[in-house]
Design a protein around this ligand. Structure first.
Ligand code: C2E
Ligand code: CA
Length: 727
């Protein structure tokens, strides 16, 4: 080769090398690039054939990937990829460096290849993937006398390196793409929603199936996501740092709770992205809510329970203080719930509690602040922002309990006593406030029930005593009720001026607390159920006294005994009275059982039956304190009461009030028609007594004739001589 030829060759080689180097920058597929490189290489070298072979996965034999064939050459495709491909090369994986074969030389393992093709010389360049030879470039010549020049070898070595580097780059990009595709696949099948947002362009880079199912992911939505992220997550000053934050999000449209984990990270292509993983936590949330509900709610009524009540009061007190407002706690206790449970059964009791809960939560202003503390105790909280409605709330609560409850078709009255306390005026501490409302509630009970009372420190003193009363009462009852004394107040016939008998009124003489009047301990005895034992004792004692008197010839003395509604509604009240009658020998017609008017409405049918059965025993039944309660004369007639006792309130007014006069006259006139006697209570003056006589009343009871007194004194003063004549 002459000097000029050498220069030309060098020029051609440089041009070819540059062309191959240029291929490094193209984005074409690997095969296309390699084909182009082969063309450049082949034309420059003037070889007959260049092909790229890939080792098969069993590493026995090659597969042809691409081939360049010159005009003079023949394709080797059939030989390397055809039926006999295995015999064309036996030990093909042995090549790990460039091999130069000149005519006459043999390449180990490629004996078959040479015999099956007319290739005479070749240069084999291995290409490596991850450090292992996986492909070969085979540059072939079919001239018997071809000899590889130094420059051709150098050129091919360089070209081989370029192709290797193209391959390596493609491979890393490819594997990244492949692994990213696999990642996407995994992400898509994940039960969690995944979304990736470009932090700067606000575009969605990736959103998996779950995400697409649950959120409408349009371009518009992407910005919504970004806004959401911006408002809820990104905090000023933290933009640059990568962080992770978890928030809970409720999807209104899908009714699903999501736990969204936001993370800022660098994406595969180097972009800053926001990755959000949305985990459906609805089931977990529901479970949590159920637990919270159980912790906060009363199972029976659905109202909040004591725990929640205390928490809410704490907040309400703080809010009221902060806004310089006032709030209110109403402590409600039913007046005779125990009876309803004992007598009508728990099913009715439960029903009543549910009705009350519903009634309370229907009242405007307290829908969300009614609580059941347990048993028959309720609390209503009026927060400072509802305080303007306080009067209407109070009125509505009172009205609720003054209306009969419809329990499975029957109407029942269940009144309540309520204590009211204001905050923060009366205190800040939750327990202190509840205690004060409770104290006021007991004040209302003591005052005769069916009313409400505001807390004032005066009530507290008397209620602190209440705990002593309870303790001592339990003691006294378990010791046989000896401390409960039957006092008797005379009942007088003003026509004959004779004492026809008396009413037994209990007193409690306690060594620790002294002498107590019924008003001081009976309401508590009723609510504790101890009234049953006390009442039994009084009844027995009275029957015993009647027997004694009768034995002594006083068989015309009538004794009135009060029956509390708790006793009256006991299942065995008739049996009890019957036992007393048979145990003590006396005329049952001399025993009058006084029942309260409000009782009759509890269950008209039931009371009617009991009254009938009691009357069948021969005892008489009086309707106590008539005119102050709910009953009407038609009930009185229906019940066939033997005696109607008119409450003291009428007597107090009788001198001045025309209405009271008319009422008393009416009662006197009608009593004959309904075949009942009338007894006017609370007569204190001669003036009242005279007026009553004029109005046609004969039977009277009151301080004017005598205060309640011990039986012994009564016997002495009113039963001493024949007929107990009054002086
Ligand atoms: P009550 O059945 O209405 O009894 C009449 C009450 O009026 C008695 O009060 C009596 O002392 C009082 N009183 C009588 N005359 C006059 C008067 O002229 N003026 C005034 N202001 N009051 C008069 P007490 O003894 O305090 O009894 C209160 C209530 O306690 C009774 O009201 C009765 O409902 C109940 N109670 C008394 N003893 C018993 C009992 O053994 N069993 C039951 N279940 N209740 C009883
Ligand atoms: Ca009475």
């Amino acid at each position: 080769m002459g000097r000029e030829e050498l220069l030309q060759d060098e020029l051609n080689r440089n041009r070819a090398t540059i062309e191959i180097v240029k291929l490094l920058g193209t984005d074409e597929g690997f095969e296309t690039i390699v084909s182009e490189a082969f063309r450049i290489m082949g034309e420059y070298l003037g070889v007959t054939n260049i092909h790229l072979l890939k080792l098969k996965s069993d590493r026995k034999g090659f597969a042809l990937i691409t081939e360049w064939v010159s005009e003079k050459g023949v394709s080797v495709a059939d030989v390397v990829s055809g039926e006999n491909s295995l015999t064309c090369c036996d030990d093909c994986c042995a090549i790990d460096s460039m091999r130069i074969i000149n005519p006459g030389e043999i390449l180990e393992g490629f004996e078959g290849f040479f015999s099956m093709t007319d290739v005479k010389a070749c240069i084999v360049i291995p290409l490596q993937i991850n450090g292992v030879s996986e492909m070969i470039i085979n540059v072939c010549h079919n001239a018997d006398d071809y000899k590889w020049s130094e420059s051709a070898i150098q050129f091919l070595s360089a070209a081989g390196q370029i192709i290797q580097s193209i391959l390596s780059r493609r491979l890393s990009k490819n594997s990244m793409i492949r692994s990213f595709a696999a990642l996407k696949e995994i992400i898509d099948n994940s039960t969690n929603g995944v979304i990736v947002l470009d932090k700067d362009n606000k575009e969605i880079l990736l959103a998996n199936r779950v995400m697409q199912d649950h959120f409408e992911l349009t371009g518009e939505n992407a910005s919504k996501w970004y806004e959401f992220y911006d408002e809820n997550i990104r905090r000023p000053g933290l933009e640059e740092s990568l962080f992770e934050q978890v928030i809970e999000y409720y999807s209104q449209s899908y009714k699903i709770w999501f736990e969204l984990t936001f993370r800022e990270l660098v994406w595969v292509d180097g972009r800053k992205v926001i990755l959000c993983i949305a985990k459906d936590v609805t089931a977990q949330k529901k479970y949590q809510e159920k637990i919270e509900q159980q912790a906060n709610n009363d199972f029976l009524t659905g109202l909040y329970n004591r725990m929640r009540c205390e928490a809410d009061i704490a907040v309400a007190v703080r809010d009221a203080e902060r806004s310089r407002g006032t709030g209110l706690i109403m402590f409600i206790d039913l007046d005779d719930f125990k009876n309803i449970n004992d007598v009508l059964g728990h099913r009715f009791g439960d029903l009543l509690l549910q009705k009350i809960a519903k009634g309370l939560t229907d009242i405007d202003g307290i829908q969300n602040s009614c609580y059941r503390l347990g048993g028959d105790e309720f609390i209503v909280l009026v927060t400072y922002d509802q305080y303007i409605k306080v009067n209407s709330i109070l009125a509505s609560v009172v009205k609720l309990f003054n209306t009969p409850w419809d329990l499975e078709g029957t109407e029942y009255y269940s009144t309540m006593s309520m204590g009211v306390v204001r905050f923060p005026e009366e205190g800040w501490d939750v327990n202190e406030l509840i205690k004060k409302a409770d104290i006021a509630m007991y004040g209302a009970k003591r005052n005769g029930k069916n009313q409400y009372q505001f807390y004032n420190s005066g009530t507290e003193v008397s209620t602190l005593k209440r705990l002593d009363i309870e303790r001592n009462m339990r003691k006294a009852v378990s010791a046989g009720c000896e401390e409960f004394l039957p006092y008797v107040q005379p009942i007088i016939n003003i026509d004959t001026k004779e004492c026809i008998g008396g009413e037994v009124l209990v007193r409690w003489d306690n060594p620790e607390m002294g002498f107590l009047m019924p008003g001081e301990f009976l309401p508590l005895a009723e609510s504790l159920g101890l009234i049953v034992d006390i009442g039994d004792k009084i009844l027995n004692n009275t029957c015993k006294t009647l027997e004694k008197w009768e034995r002594k010839g006083r068989n015309n003395v009538v004794m009135h005994v009060n029956l509390s509604s708790v006793q009256m509604l006991q299942n065995n009240i008739v049996d009890k009275v019957e036992k007393c009658i048979s145990k003590y020998k006396f005329n049952p017609g001399n025993l009058v059982l006084e029942i309260r008017e409000n009782l009759t409405l509890h269950d008209i049918e039931r009371v009617r039956r009991i009254v009938r059965d009691l009357k069948a025993l021969g005892v008489k039944i009086a309707l106590d304190d008539f005119g102050t309660g709910y009953s009407s004369l038609s009930y009185v007639k229906d019940m066939a009461f033997d005696i109607i006792k008119v409450g003291q309130s009428f007597v107090q007014d009788i001198v001045d009030s025309e209405y009271a006069k008319t009422f008393v006259r009416f009662i006197a006139e009608i009593s004959e028609t309904i075949n009942a006697g009338v007894c006017i209570e609370g007569v204190e003056t001669s003036e009242q007594c005279d007026l009553l006589e004029k109005l046609g009343i004969s039977v009277i009871q009151g301080y004017y004739f005598g205060h309640p007194m011990p039986i012994k004194e009564f016997e002495k003063r009113f039963l001493k001589c024949d007929g107990c004549k009054i002086l």
